[in-house]
Design a protein around this ligand. Structure first.
Ligand SMILES: *Cc1c(COP(=O)(O)O)cnc(C)c1O
Ligand SMILES: [Zn+2]
Length: 434
């Protein structure tokens, strides 16, 4: 018979309360997202960092699963068996060819275009939110989505056996709609933009006992984005970069990468460093970039009109916090036109072999704009966050890329086509020179 070993008892969880970002009021760890007793500010998860410090080291993390759950002690879940669909630990790619094009020396792409299971960074936040939803006893989960969140919520709910009803604006890309329906949830396509969808969902959340990942579960959901900070620090060899560029929709992801770097520093996993934070928006929905340019500390809502639908939030919940981070870290928030978004998608594909969606095109276009304006130092170790996959927004590049050459299954047909391809190439080349 094997001898049973007495294990020292450790606290079951490292998170202790929900806390108001504005006034500091604390709440119990339920499904709640606003400071309803005092100031209506947003609630955030508070942790016991001494407990985390005692429990976690580089080697305990390295011994963990190859997913976001290697950072479980920094996440607001208490179960030993979180929903694990392989989310996280996506590649950090050294992007030398893109760097050369932009005049930079040390550039990396954090590639969440290949995140699991639905090819966007949203799988991170949903894995955390649905694990917490299950702990809180929810059996039906929901979300207000710009597309990727609906994909993730539907897929991960299917895996976990939770009932699912998602809300999307009715004008989303075909790939995003199909990539939700296939998992068999109820899909409500709302005639209206994301901000109207979100308002409707707030009402539904108040009347139905459902767990909305980005409404009443938002404090837990948003913590999942910290793993994009943790992974980059670990993949760089336990150091922080000098500068990051990330897309802004509600602004949550941006603020949580910051929180992730801060936490790793606080518990001694990396040395402190002043990382510069730069944000990317599409001009047709750029309320945070406009506030940044005009030196305002408030965000004026706008009506979105851009092909970058996944980041088209006209009234961004975390806009003011993203502004604050960009300013205090000496970063920037820039916007680019839809034409530049498409060019950004093509540039990343042609230089690095990564096909991203419009949000990633926005990030690359802003990276280029900042580099050309001298707002990124060539010597800075820079990380650009690519958050979604190009196969989901094929409409965006249709008509802006080449076409296959149709040939007969004969050698001479191939040779004529090859000659034509060479001529086309040369003509294009001459046009560029003119
Ligand atoms: C949701 C989303 C973002 C940004 O989300 P935040 O609301 O700012 O956290 C960025 N890229 C893609 C592809 C997204 O789907
Ligand atoms: Zn408050």
């Amino acid at each position: 018979m094997t001898q049973s070993i007495e294990r020292p008892t450790v606290a079951a969880q490292t998170f202790s309360a929900l806390k108001c970002r504005e006034c500091g009021e604390t709440y119990d760890l339920g499904a709640k997202h606003v400071c309803e007793d005092v100031c209506f500010g947003p609630l955030e998860v508070a942790y016991d960092y001494d407990a985390i410090r005692q429990r976690v080291s580089r080697s305990t993390i390295q011994a963990g699963p190859l997913s976001i759950w290697r950072y479980k002690d920094f996440l607001p879940v208490s179960s030993d068996n979180p929903i694990d669909v392989g989310t996280g630990m996506t590649p950090l790619v050294r992007a030398n060819r893109l760097a050369r094009r932009l005049g930079l020396k040390e550039l990396y792409i954090k590639n969440d275009a290949v995140n699991m299971p639905t090819l966007s960074f949203k799988d991170r936040v949903v894995s955390v939110a649905l694990t917490r939803a299950r702990e809180l006893g929810f059996t039906t989960v929901s979300c207000a989505s710009t597309g990727n969140l609906a994909n993730s919520t539907a897929a991960i709910a299917a895996h976990a056996g939770l009932d699912c009803c998602v809300f999307i604006p009715s004008d989303l890309e075909a790939g995003k709609v199909l990539g939700t329906l296939v998992y068999g949830p109820t899909v409500m396509a709302v005639h209206g933009n994301y901000d109207q969808v979100n308002r409707l969902c707030s009402e539904v959340a108040n009347t139905y006992g459902w767990g909305f990942v980005n409404i009443n579960l938002r404090p837990y959901y948003s913590e999942g984005s910290k793993t994009l900070g943790f992974e980059v620090a670990e993949q760089l060899g336990w150091r922080l970069p000098d500068h990051i560029v990330a897309p802004l929709a509600s602004g949550s992801l941006f603020t949580k990468i910051y929180k992730g770097f801060q936490e790793f520093t606080k518990v001694g996993l990396v040395d402190a460093k002043d990382v510069r934070f730069s944000g990317a928006q599409a001009e047709g929905c750029s309320p945070i970039a406009q506030a940044f340019k005009e030196g305002r500390d408030f965000v004026t809502p706008v009506k979105p009109n851009t092909i970058a639908k996944s980041i088209a939030i006209g009234n961004p919940a975390d806009g003011i916090y993203a502004l604050d981070i960009a300013r205090k870290t000496n970063g920037n928030i820039e916007s680019v036109t839809d034409a530049e978004v498409v060019d950004g998608m093509k540039l990343l594909a042609e230089t690095e072999g990564i096909f991203t969606e419009t949000a990633g095109g926005t990030t690359i276009a802003v990276l280029k704009k900042l580099a050309e304006a001298g707002k990124i130092d060539p010597d800075e170790c820079t990380v650009a966050y690519i958050t979604g996959n190009g196969l989901k927004t094929q409409e965006a590049v249709q008509g802006y890329i080449g076409e296959p050459l149709a040939i007969e299954p004969k050698l001479d047909s191939f040779e004529r086509a090859l000659e034509r391809a060479r001529t086309l190439d040369r003509l294009e080349w001459q046009q560029v020179l003119v």
